[in-house]
Design a protein around this ligand. Structure first.
Ligand code: HEC
Length: 134
């Protein structure tokens, strides 16, 4: 009987944890893109955002990431490029903001802030995967 009660209690606890995580819905990749990326990359990721014109480097068209990679969507590389922290350490210069830093800074230097930054980057890459063209 005691074991049964423990199992039920664990179940309730898990539900509470899940519920507390879902009370703050994370934004969708499409919403994140519109809010953070469209200014440079354009509303439809074609590379024609208004702020992009001021960049020294050409803004890549993000609809051909798979096509330019032999038809394979380069998910891992894109997560690294968008996060940017490893990239900056390795290559130094870049014009695009370092989103891993930016998303984490918005919510403070906690572990959950880092997790949220990673979740945002995942959602963005998932969104980019849906807009690929041949
Ligand atoms: C201030 C302008 C600017 C903003 C805002 C911006 N980018 Fe970029 N992005 C660039 C530029 C410029 C490049 C070309 C590489 C470089 O010079 O940094 C680039 C490159 C990229 C690449 C690399 C493509 C490849 O083939 O390597 C990806 C992916 C990307 N951006 C995604 C995003 C996402 C997702 C966001 C929003 C979270 C975003 N960018 C916001 C300017 C921007």
């Amino acid at each position: 009987m005691g074991q049964f009660t423990a199992i039920v209690a664990t179940g309730i606890l898990l539900l509470l944890v899940v519920a507390s995580c879902t009370t703050q819905p994370s934004p969708s990749g499409g919403d994140l893109f519109a809010a953070n990326c469209a200014s440079c990359h354009g509303r439809y990721a074609e590379g024609d955002g208004p702020a992009g014109a001021a960049m020294a480097r050409a803004i890549p068209d993000l609809r051909y990431l798979a096509a330019n990679n032999g038809g394979v969507f380069p998910r891992g590389r894109l997560e690294d490029v968008i996060d940017g922290r490893a990239f900056v350490k390795a290559h130094g210069d870049r014009e695009m903001p370092v989103w891993g830093e930016a998303f984490a800074t918005l919510s403070g230097p906690t572990r959950s802030a880092q997790a949220r930054a990673a979740a945002n980057i995942h959602a963005l890459v998932d969104y980019l995967a849906t807009i690929q063209k041949d």
